[in-house]
Each structure stands twice: as C-alpha cells, then as structure tokens.
Design a protein around this ligand. Structure first.
Ligand code: HDE
Length: 752
C-alpha cells in the first residue's frame, strides 16, 4: 500500500521499481526516469544513523514529546503535502492569473514554500562554525571506578555518543585544512544525565579568564573592515593580540606546530583543557584532566599539503571521517585521565591546575586509560544533527564536577546563552540530537518551539496538587560538592602575576624533533609575513627570543629583521622536555590509510585484483587512479588523473603507470625504451614529485619504476620501494606507512 504512513514498513516491491540504488542497497541499476507511482523513499545508507536512533535501550522519557524514538513528523506517506498535511497536485508552477499573468497572493503553497526557504538558515556558531560529526559508542574499562562514581565509567558499561569535530575560526563553508585549533566535543547519553566533554585538540588555551574570550575571538576572526582573511590566524589583529598578551603564546606555538594542521580528525588527540573534579562513591575527590588518545596515533599534514587541499578538497577532513566510517574503518580513541590529589592549593609539581594556559607533562602524571570510543555511524541529516547539536561543559553526570578555573566558569555561562540565539529559544534540549537518554522530569515550561505537551498543573515545588511530583532524589542524584571557598576579597586580578607565561612555550619547543621545529619556524615566518604592521612582526620575534635563539633568529632572517638581542642563556627557566609532546618517532596501525594505486589500462593489469586484495589485507584503503574513469579489469576506477592529487593520499603506488605520452611517441617500444620526462603524463610526474617532497612512501613496479625515475625520485632513497614484484613493493610501502611519513627524507634545514 503506497499510501501508508509507517516508514518502518518495507515495500516488498522496492527492487522491482528501479529505485534499488546500488549505492544504498546494491544490485539492479536505478532507472533514470522519475517514478510516476508512489514509492518508498530510499532507505538510509548502512553507515547512517539518525538522531532518533541514539538510544540503544529505547528508554521512555516521562515527559510526552521527550521520547527520542518518536517518529519524525515529516516525510510520512507517499504524497507531497503542505506543512499542514494537505496533498498537493503541483509544486512546479505558481498560481497565476492566466498563463502569463501576475502571481496571486492567495497561493498558499507558494508563500509557505518561499517563506520557509527564506528562514532555512540559523546563525552559525560564533566560533567552531565549521564541523563534522558522527555517532558511536563508549565502552568503559572500569579502571576509573576508584576515582569516580560516574556510572558510565563503571566496568563494561556501553554509552551511546555523538561527537562533533570542528575548526574554530572559519565560517560554516570554510576549508577543513586551515591552520587552526580543532574542536572535539563528545555527548555521552548516559542513563543518569548527559555528559558533554567539550574538548579541543590542543591542551591549553589562549587566555586564563573567560572575560577575555570576546577579545581573543575578535582578534582572531577576519578583520572587521574587509572580512579577510577567512579561517586563519595569519593576519595583523591576531598577532597584535597574542604579542600584547604573552599568556597566549603557549596556545599559539601549538597552532604553529604540526598540531595546527591535522591529517585527519581520526588522528588527533583531544584535551578537556581544564582541570575537573572527580568524586568517588564515598564522596572522596581528586582533580583530573581528560585526554582522548587516537588509536591511529597523532598525525599531521605538511603546510604545503594543507594549502593545496584547501583548494583541491576543502571538505578533506569531513570526507575522511564519513568515508572511513562508511568503509568500516571505525575511528577509535581511548579516554585517558591524568589524576592529581585534590589539595587546597590545587597545584601539581608547581603547575597551577586552575590555569588553562598550562599542561601537566605526561611524564609527570601518566594518562591512565579508562575506556574506548568508537565512531561507527554517520549522521542521517547534517542540519538536524551536526548543526543543531548543542554542547555544554556544565552537562555533567554524578561523579564529575567543575573546578574554579575562571575560563571554565565563564564557559558554564556561555554555552547555554549562545544556544538561545542560535537555536531560537530555551527548548533546544528537546531537539532529537540533544534529548537526553535519561528520564527527564523537569519543571521548565512553555517558550518558543516547545515540543512537550506537559501533563499536570503544578510545575512548582513544593506542591500538593500534582501529588508532590516530581520528587527529590537521594542516591544517584548529582551532588554539589561542599568544596571550601577560600576567604578572600572581591577583586578583578590576575591569579598569579609572577607566573612566567613563556615557561611552557620553552617546554613545548624543547620537546619537539628537529623536523617539527623546522615546521614551527616556517609557520611563524609564514604567518608573520602576512602581517602588514612591522611592529607586530618585531614584537613576536622578540617574544620568540625568550623561547629559543634558534627559533627567533630563523624567523627574523626569513622576515628580513635583525636577530633579536635576547638569547637562550638569558632564559633561566627551561623545564625538562616532554617526549610525549612530539609526534615523531613511533609507529602506528595503518588501518584506514589511503593509498593511491596509479595504473594505466593501456598496459597489462591482470593482477590488479590481487594487488588490491593485498592492500585490503594490510588494512589500508586503496584507490585506483587511472587516466580516465570507468572500470579496468572489472574494477571501478576511483579517481582519474584529472581529479586525484597526491595530497589526498598517505602513500602512492605506481603500477605500470600512465606512460600514455610515451605510447604516443612513434615507434617507441615501451619494453626497451629509455624514457624521458616528456614521455610521461605530467600529472603522474606531479604525483610522484609531490609525494616525494611531502616525504610519503612511494612504491613502483613495472613501468611505474620508469615514471618514478623520470620524475626525479631517487629509487634508492629511504621510503622509495621499487622492485619487480608488486607484493614485495606493497609490503615495503605498508611498513613505511606505519611511521606516517618518511621522516628522514625531510631536508635537514639547520635552524640558523
Ligand atoms: Fe568554546 N564555545 N568557549 N571552548 N567551544 C563554543 O558554544 C566559549 C573553550 C569548544 O561542536 C560556543 O555552542 C567561551 C575552550 C568546542 O558545537 C560558545 C570560552 C575549549 C566548541 C563557546 C571558550 C572550547 C565550542 C559556540 C572561554 C576547549 C564547539 C557555539 C571562556 C576545552 C562545540 C556553542 C560544538 C563552542 C564559548 C573556550 C571548546 C560561544 C566563552 C577552552 C569544541 O558558547
């Protein structure tokens, strides 16, 4: 029955109607005609989960309208209707006085359609506007139960989650690979209330006090006069602020490091930044910092890759997240906790735990793993879920509480406040993606966009008319800890005026490898060169001189400034380096890494299936790249040379690579010829040269070896695997991939 309204009922005739889109269900080719009979809409893709499906328990919520499983009001039945459900005969022509006459005001369908369209956009987030999200689950190891009674951290508990990643500065349509901090916000739908861990991929923040947040954001956003630049810090106002405000230098050097340009959301750490307070079952407390540790390791792009990708694929990170979930390579992180004694001073090894511009090195306080996050489903509707999700650092379960960190305190106000404008009123918690999976029984009433039809007459306490409901909870309730507030006077003052804001900037710099330092120096030089005011450039170089003479001199030289006077020796305080801050020197699983396999259908490719099998078996995602689209040996070509750039891939393989130009050389015998650069398709040469410059693993066999050779890639260099047997090449390539890049190939540019 095509007219039924039950979206769960499957149409047994679906496959006979030409709607069997292979992208969704596999099988028959879709018809190109628009169907004239009512049909089921296409089902969601297998990798998609909607906001209404987040509860694995389907637990009912007490307030009507708070049932997260309630079917969506829209898209029921087969016919197009108005918003009131009246069926429509025509949506392509407005109602006019005659075919060529004026349009009539009485055309309700026209006005409803246009009016709704006019209001489709909501304000983008004032920061973190550009984002991508996924559903998943968090499985607790039970290793935190001594420290916290938070039920979702008990052993074996599985909690549904929704995670939104973001850049900070850019608008909703900006590029993904810009140099910026990344947001990493997680909503845990626990049965005793939602917990939002609203984190970043950088463990410190620009400011200590929330009252300065509008200042730093105004400085970092595009200039108010011309609204440039978009989504980046390379401009005067940003550097004006951070040079006049040295406590911002720690966050800034992290942004200038490779951490500012992640390879993928899947390969970023996350940090809660602030110190939180954990409460155990007996009411005992400890202080804690939260960390997300990516199972695939922390990896970054090079600056040239990031810039190229911003044009070649501005959706690079978003696509990477969705594609890997769709391919079954579910991104994973472990949640870690650094725990500290809850002392009256709230310091650890001399580090102020209430100062969000400071980190605690892992070597001093190890990160203990307490559970695993897996993202296994893509959203079904970007607006409904990714855009409308609303996080708040004050959404806490029993067992986790806030501290007096003044940055956190301001955030506790801001996140609720901002949604009133962004989501149009106080009832945004009733939007499906924001609905708790706990039973909700509040006394909040009415307001814009109220979804609930509340029963009862007494939304106040105490009452006798509603039988005294709702009641106060005893065990299991969120408890406001009786934390002692120090006796003090009211004042506006810095926490610690004697604090050296550059001490941990030195810690970070001293902890990096040479290659990473060279990248940091390059980033400072790039950004400062984009500042028009000489005084800003000089101020920053003078600050760098208090971090490292090498760094300051290299940046000054690049900018054409004299080397600043101060030197390392004048800097008394250099903490022990923290090796955990470097991204180089370890190996990681290669699961889900993208490898280009460049082929030329003009040459024998009988073994293509076997090569792909070997790559799949190694866990990587091969993408066949060929001069033209379609299939080769029955296998779909993923990209053509026109659409593929090496920067998209983690490694590149050349298998009998396109020597199409050589084929065009009259009389040439490709088996014996000596190839020249002009024989090889220039796009293939660019692929090989870029992959070489970006220190990626490169493999080649057969004529692929010739392509690599004429591209100028030294065949005996580390990370270049050229051999007769494809299997040998693939094995070698995958081994190099585990280190992310062939670090030894980065040119040793000594810092001056
Ligand atoms: Fe945010 N931040 N923030 N922030 N923040 C927002 O809330 C704010 C801070 C972070 O994917 C806004 O709903 C203040 C630190 C993430 O939806 C807003 C201060 C950290 C996201 C806001 C900070 C973050 C936001 C904008 C200083 C890392 C994106 C839209 C006192 C621990 C969440 C919104 C998402 C979003 C305010 C500092 C992380 C305006 C006032 C530190 C990941 O409320």
């Amino acid at each position: 029955d095509a007219l039924r309204g039950d979206p769960d009922e499957k149409n047994p005739d679906l496959t006979t109607h030409g709607l069997d889109d292979p992208a969704h269900v596999g099988g028959a080719k879709p018809s190109l005609e628009e169907p004239t009979e009512p049909r089921d809409p296409l089902p969601p893709r297998p990798d998609q989960r909607g906001a209404a499906d987040v509860s694995p328990t389907g637990a009912p919520c007490s307030a009507p309208g708070n049932d997260a499983r309630a079917p969506g009001r829209t898209q029921q039945g087969a016919y197009l209707t108005t918003a009131q459900g009246a069926r429509l005969r025509d949506t392509d022509h407005s109602l006019k006085a005659g075919r060529r006459g004026p349009t009539l005001l009485q055309d309700h369908h026209l006005r409803e359609k246009i009016t709704h369209f006019d209001h489709e956009r909501i304000p983008e987030r004032v920061v973190h506007a550009r984002g991508a999200a996924a559903h998943g689950r968090f499985e607790s190891y039970g290793t935190a139960t001594d420290a916290t009674c938070a039920p979702f951290l008990a052993e074996g508990v599985v909690t549904p989650v929704f995670v939104r990643f973001s850049t900070v500065l850019g608008s909703r349509g900006s590029a993904d690979t810009v140099r910026d901090t990344r947001g990493f916000a997680t909503k845990f739908y626990t049965p005793v209330g939602t917990f939002d861990l609203v984190a970043n991929n950088i463990p410190v923040f620009f400011i200590k006090d929330g009252i300065k947040f509008p200042d730093v954001v105004h400085a970092a956003k595009p200039h108010p006069d011309r609204e440039i630049p978009q989504a980046q810090s390379a401009h005067d106002t940003f550097w004006d602020f951070v040079t006049l405000h040295p406590e911002a230098q720690h966050h800034t050097i992290w942004n200038m490091s490779d951490r500012g340009i992640p390879r993928s959301y899947r390969m970023m750490e996350g940090f809660g930044v602030h110190t939180f307070r954990l409460v155990d079952a007996e009411g005992g407390t400890s202080l804690a910092k939260f960390h997300w540790k990516p199972v695939l390791g922390v990896h970054s792009l090079t600056w040239e890759e990031a810039q190229t990708l911003a044009g070649a694929d501005p959706d690079y990170h978003r696509r990477d997240l969705y594609d890997s979930i769709e391919a079954g390579h579910h991104p994973q992180w472990e949640l870690g906790v650094q725990a500290f004694p809850d002392t009256p001073e709230q310091t650890f090894e001399g580090i102020d735990l209430l100062d969000p511009t400071k980190l605690v090195p892992e070597e001093l306080a190890p990160v203990q793993r307490v559970g695993r996050l897996t993202l296994d489903a893509n959203p079904r509707n970007f607006f409904a879920e990714t855009e409308q999700v609303a996080f708040h650092p004050g959404h806490l379960p029993p067992g986790i509480d806030v501290t007096d960190d003044p940055l956190l305190q301001a955030r506790l106000f801001s996140y609720l406040d901002t949604q009133l404008t962004r989501l149009g009123g106080p009832n945004f918690g009733e939007i499906p993606i924001n609905r708790p999976q706990a039973l909700v029984n509040d006394m909040l009433r009415d307001g814009f966009h109220q979804q609930a039809d509340h029963a009862g007459v007494a939304p106040y306490k105490p009452n006798s008319l509603d039988g005294g409901c709702p009641f106060m909870a005893g065990p299991g309730a969120f408890t406001d800890l009786p934390v002692r507030v120090t006796e003090s006077v009211k004042e506006r003052a810095d926490v610690d005026e004697a604090d050296d804001p550059l001490r941990q900037v030195r810690l970070f710099w001293d902890s990096l490898s040479d290659v990473e330092r060279e990248h940091v120096a390059g980033a400072f030089a790039f950004e400062l060169a984009s500042c028009r005011e000489a005084v800003i450039r000089e101020r920053q170089v003078n600050l760098l001189a208090q971090v490292s003479t090498d760094l300051a001199t290299t940046v000054a030289t690049s900018l054409g400034l004299p080397a600043p006077a101060l030197a390392d020796a004048s800097v008394p305080d250099r903490p022990e380096p923290s090796p955990a801050l470097s991204q180089v020197g370890r190996t990681w699983p290669v699961a889900g890494r993208k490898v280009a396999l460049v082929v030329d259908p003009g040459h024998p490719l009988d073994d293509l299936g076997a090569w792909l099998d070997q790559l799949h078996a190694a866990g990587v995602v091969p993408v066949v790249v060929a001069p033209h689209g379609g299939t080769v040996e029955g296998i779909e070509i993923g990209r053509t040379l026109t659409t593929a750039r090496s920067v998209e891939f983690d490694a590149v393989l050349f298998a009998g690579a396109p020597l199409t130009l050589a084929d065009a050389r009259p009389g040439i015998d490709v088996r014996t010829a000596t190839f020249r650069e002009s024989d090889v398709d220039p796009r293939v040469l660019v692929m090989a040269q870029e992959a070489w410059r970006h220190c990626k693993a490169i493999g080649a066999w057969g004529l692929g070896g010739e392509a690599v050779h004429v591209a100028g890639v030294p065949e005996d260099a580390v990370g270049v695997v050229v051999a007769g047997q494809a299997s040998e090449v693939i094995d070698g390539l995958v081994e190099h991939l585990a280190a992310h890049r062939v670090w030894d190939r980065f040119p040793a540019v000594p810092l001056t």
